[in-house]
Ligand binder design. Structure first.
Ligand code: AHR
Length: 511
């Protein structure tokens, strides 16, 4: 992208650097430039049997916060306020050693086992019926990941029968006996977790995983042909990741509805701009996988779509397994989470599900300390996107000053996505100003229809990118302001290292 800064022009003319404090940009939005419908499943989350996510997180019968089923009311309330649409369970790496029949029936009969993924003792107090109760109480769609590590085809298909078949079969009768006569109708099923990773129990090469998973898929769909299946795509971005996805798509294209992708980011070298670049790679992975989907659909003359389920993403680099993955998030981490969300919106035509890993305590937007729930910095961009980005994604034109890092040249400071909801006529413009120290004065131009004068601005910012919230001090939170605009072009200045969502409304057209 060509640099357009006023500074560059003035510096060439020999004018002093005082004026170079100003950076500038332009954003044009046009609701006719539709990328794709924004699937509500983009605003998903994930709960794994790991550390304090399930036990001491969503489930804690001893807590004064617990409901009659042992689930915490404060977590349920915060999950609803966040706007979470779908929750993946029971893992993660945990799922590759999990035998679901351990987690059904009377609690007293459930075995204690060592979970080899994380080294914890699994009491099996939360199993299928409990998780589905939590999902119902929180108003989220359940998404179950089956064990294709140490598990069998039979276990996978019996689990579908347990959840979804009408009473009258062995496993559905077992469900009825366990207190739930009506089928749960679990629609989304993952075919294993991160099977490309050598760390995974039952890791296989792409060919053997896809052949094994294809048989599981066949039996699961024969048990309930309405379910949607998600194949295990790339999580390990070594040399072979493209081949992994191509093999999975080639061998399984008829059987699957989604291919999953996972990615975590970290500020490994305390280099702010390098950290801000981490989602450039995510964007490339999405583009390449979309290309592979198109290749396979063309080769096999497919009508059926295959989508991407980005079913694990987050910032995660400080807390290792010993600390049970309890990250404390700061302002720059919140910006990276907003960058992930912008990336998913910009690819809303093909990314139809995304799940932040995870919901509570473990690499999570909400934490429980001394039995009180508090929210981390990353809670706020998630909440803004989940509650406001509806309808379809718009392809916004962005011209902005750029920066260079060792690995990436000419990266625009402004990262932008945009959405339009035809029902409410609300437009969102979602902007991360990656510049650490300078505001960016931006000319915003609406090119289709006319804007109402009243707009709302939500901003997430803090003095330092290292600022974070803690149990007694939620100092970073969304700041909301009303904005008066006049006409279809207006200027807005995005503060340094900030995330801003501008909510505009198009005037209702007269019939
Ligand atoms: O979310 C934590 C872990 O990260 C998951 O168990 C695994 O799938 C991934 O490697």
């Amino acid at each position: 992208m060509r640099k357009i800064s006023l500074c560059a022009i003035l510096c060439v003319c020999g004018i002093t650097t005082a004026i170079s404090q100003f950076l500038s940009a332009k954003i044009k939005i046009d609701i006719d430039r539709k990328i794709g419908d924004i699937d509500r499943n983009l605003f998903g989350n994930f709960t794994e049997h790991l550390g304090r996510c399930i036990y001491g997180g969503i489930y804690d019968p001893a807590s004064p916060q617990a409901n009659a089923d042992g689930f915490r009311n404060d977590v349920i309330k915060a999950t609803k306020a966040l706007g979470v649409s779908i929750v993946r369970w029971p893992g993660g790496n945990f799922s590759s050693g999990y035998h679901w029949m351990d987690g059904i029936g009377p609690l007293s009969g459930r075995p204690r086992r060592k979970d080899l993924a994380w080294g914890d003792i699994e009491t099996n107090k939360v199993g299928t019926d409990e998780f589905l109760k939590f999902a119902r109480a929180s108003g989220v769609t359940p998404y179950i990941c089956v064990n294709l590590g140490t598990g069998t085809w039979d276990e996978a298909r019996n689990w579908v029968e347990y959840c979804n078949a009408p009473a009258g079969l062995f496993f559905s009768d077992l469900r009825a006996k366990n207190g739930h006569r009506e089928p749960y109708g679990v629609k989304y099923w993952g075919l294993g977790n991160e099977m490309d990773g050598s760390w995974q129990m039952g890791h296989r090469d792409a060919d053997s995983y896809s052949k094994f998973a294809l048989e599981a898929a066949k039996l699961m769909k024969w048990s309930d042909d309405s379910i949607k299946l998600i194949a295990s795509g790339s999580s390990d971005y070594g040399d072979g990741w493209i081949n992994w996805n191509r093999t999975i798509l080639t061998n399984m294209h008829d059987a699957i509805d989604y291919i999953s992708l996972h990615h975590y980011s970290g500020n490994y070298h305390n280099d702010y701009y390098q950290f801000m670049n981490s989602t450039l790679f995510v964007e490339s992975v999405i583009r390449i996988t979309e290309g592979l989907i198109n290749e396979v659909r063309t080769r096999f003359s497919m009508q059926k779509p295959i989508y991407i389920a980005f079913d694990e993403y987050n910032v995660w680099y400080r807390a290792g397994s010993a600390e049970k993955l309890e990250e404390h998030y700061n302002m720059e981490d919140a910006l990276v989470v907003a960058l992930y969300l912008n990336t998913f919106i910009r690819h809303a035509n093909v990314v139809k599900m995304a799940n932040l890993a995870q919901l509570v305590n473990v690499i999570a937007p909400m934490m429980i300390t001394d039995d009180k729930l508090w929210v981390q910095t990353i809670y706020f961009p998630l909440q803004l996107f989940e509650n406001n980005c509806k309808g379809y994604a718009i392809d916004a034109l962005v011209q902005s000053d750029t920066y260079d890092t060792k690995d990436n040249k000419q990266v625009p400071y402004l990262d932008v996505s945009s959405s339009f909801d035809e029902t409410t006529r609300l437009i969102t413009i979602n902007v991360i100003n990656k510049n650490e120290s300078k505001p960016i004065r931006t000319s915003i131009i609406n090119q289709s229809g006319h804007l109402e004068d009243d707009a709302t601005v939500y901003e997430l910012n803090s003095q330092s990118v290292k600022d974070e919230n803690s149990a007694g001090n939620e100092k970073i939170r969304t700041n909301q302001q009303e904005l008066k605009i006049n006409g279809d072009n207006f200027d807005y200045t995005f503060p340094p290292h900030s995330f801003t969502m501008i909510k505009l409304r198009l005037i209702q057209k007269l019939p």
